[in-house]
Ligand binder design. Sequence first.
Ligand code: ADE
Length: 278
Amino acid sequence: MNFHVMTLFPELIETGMNSSIIGRAIEAGLIRVNAVNIRDFAFNKHQKVDDYPYGGGAGMLMQPEPVYLCWEHITKALEKKPRTIYLSPLGKTFNQEMARELAREEELIFLCGHYEGIDERVLEEIVTDQVSIGDYVLTGGELPAMVMMDAIARMVPGVLTNEESGVQESFSGSLLEYPQYSRPQVWHGREVPPVLISGHHGNVDAWRRQQSIERTARFRPDLLKHADLTNKEWNYVRMLRKSWKEEAEKAAAKEAGQNGEGDEAAEAMEEKTAKAVE
Ligand code: ADE
């Protein structure tokens, strides 16, 4: 898988992608990260890539020509034009399914914007996908590009070792990951759940599955509709929901009770004060 990144900060991409699992995959030749400096395609005296927006407004815009020439430089060396992803808060929100789908491509181009954005005309000409990594605005596209490359690269066959890919993960099968523990067995007075040191693999698997279901039901109930649960597991989810509802009702009643008592006390006090004034 070849990632090409069009950026004003190639060193940021190179440093960010060179360690840990991704660094190992690059060394093994499974993925390649080609960071290309857009400024190298600004053929003017000061290698300027930005200018004021027509119509006025705050900030500067990246001009179309250096972006286009950079893209042309990357694509002319390739047989067919790869998908070109523009990182933007306007885009479709990135998720695991998108990562899995993009991992099937042989080449991907990421376009990282800066300043107040990029001249719309070059986006119309070269961009195939606009992707956001979440509902917040960052100063540039480099961090989102790295987030995407990390998530995509680990879906490329061979990037994760058998052991790493064997680990059940959040969002596989639409269930969140179960909690994990390492040594020491007791830390700050907190014990590792006994089932995990029982040596009984069947019980460990069952416990983990149950924890995954419980966590998903609690933190991301929206994911459950895509989860592959047995009837027994659905019953467990219903039981959990019922008990959480009862707990919430009890807590609400207790709070109301406390407030009620408080109100009564206040009323009694008011009555006393009124009598005293009479
Ligand atoms: N550029 C600026 N903010 C962004 C975001 N949230 N996602 C992707 N690209 C961005």
